[in-house]
Design a protein around this ligand. Sequence first.
Ligand SMILES: *Cc1c(COP(=O)(O)O)cnc(C)c1O
Length: 397
Amino acid sequence: MSKNSDVIDIYKSVVMPTYTPGVALMSGKGVTVSDVDGRKYYDFTSGIGIHTCGYGNPVIAEAIAKQASFLTHTSNIFVNVPQTALAKKLVELSGLGGKVFFANSGAEANEAAVKLARKYGSATGRYEVVTMRGGFHGRTLAMVAATGQAWCQEGYDPLPTGFAYADFNDLESVKAAITDKTVAIMLEAVQGEGGVVPATPEFMAGVRALCDEKDLLMIVDEVQTGMGRTGTMFAWQGYDVKPDMFTLAKALAGGLPMGALVGNAKVADVFGPGNHASTFGGNPVAAAAALAVINFTEKNNLPQKAAEMGELFMNALQELVDRYDRVLEVRGKGMMIGLVVDGDPKEVVNALQDMGILALTAGTNTVRFLPPLVLKESDLEDALEMIGDALENVYGE
Ligand SMILES: *Cc1c(COP(=O)(O)O)cnc(C)c1O
């Protein structure tokens, strides 16, 4: 018996079965994690896009410990200093000249964006938000409705109304979804859960132009793409557009729960006192962690590293596409990479885990890699050998 299976047995008996448990992890350092039996893995999930700065990053750990030692929480009835500094930093990084609302998760940050859009539209009787098929925005009831995919909506009727769906990367479809009730368009710059599908530059520019033309708010969900992962601090910065609002969460606070909605000047004062709130939002420990993440990301040029290492990674995967008939396509942006396969991607993820690499699935046919952005070339080479072996095991003759 391994400790792993002991822990998983207990877990299954007391935790609601919303997840399929993988290995039980004990510790992490840099780009690797160890399970409770002491087996080490490259973690190319980063805890689902969280650990851009690597596990056990001393800069982040120190910021958390220091802040925890003198003030863990104030509520938002009082002002806390790290939250204020973080908001200032996010506004500067965005260049949008607006303001920030803090939440605790991606779904909550998106929920805030949709509430703000409705408040904005209330004067003109508009409330509908157009979202993209294949998108993903979180698991609150409203975000499940925003997500517009049967697999996450089934069994939850009646869902909140006020969402309409369009095809991603198809501007005509977005135009057709707009009515006189529409107030916003919400999309990911690279669809993550939907299969690692980047928006085309034409599509992003087209959505921006439509929003300008019809006074709609453009909302970019950067929960998975943000904080350098796709080669720029925020993925929309890799396109020639500026959104009215964007949301952050996953990588923002280096492993602590935090979400943020960043809006431009047009929407900065749409919420008034009492219009929206979160007890923990902008918590000082999470904010201190996020400031450390941003500091480390900038000092170490992580967005540029993500672009460079992502290109090496994708080029190497392309060779595997050329080698195996059932490995169909590589796509992505920076260190957000999808490998499309002809078959169940879970088979490949399991083979990768046997080899010593943790990876994710996305959509119905995509293996997803979200490595820490601190990945070194030597580790990538090592990992690529394992990926080659795993694919040989699954798809070799
Ligand atoms: C993960 C994710 C969310 C949901 O974030 P939670 O923190 O799990 O609520 C929303 N949007 C995108 C694009 C995501 O990847």
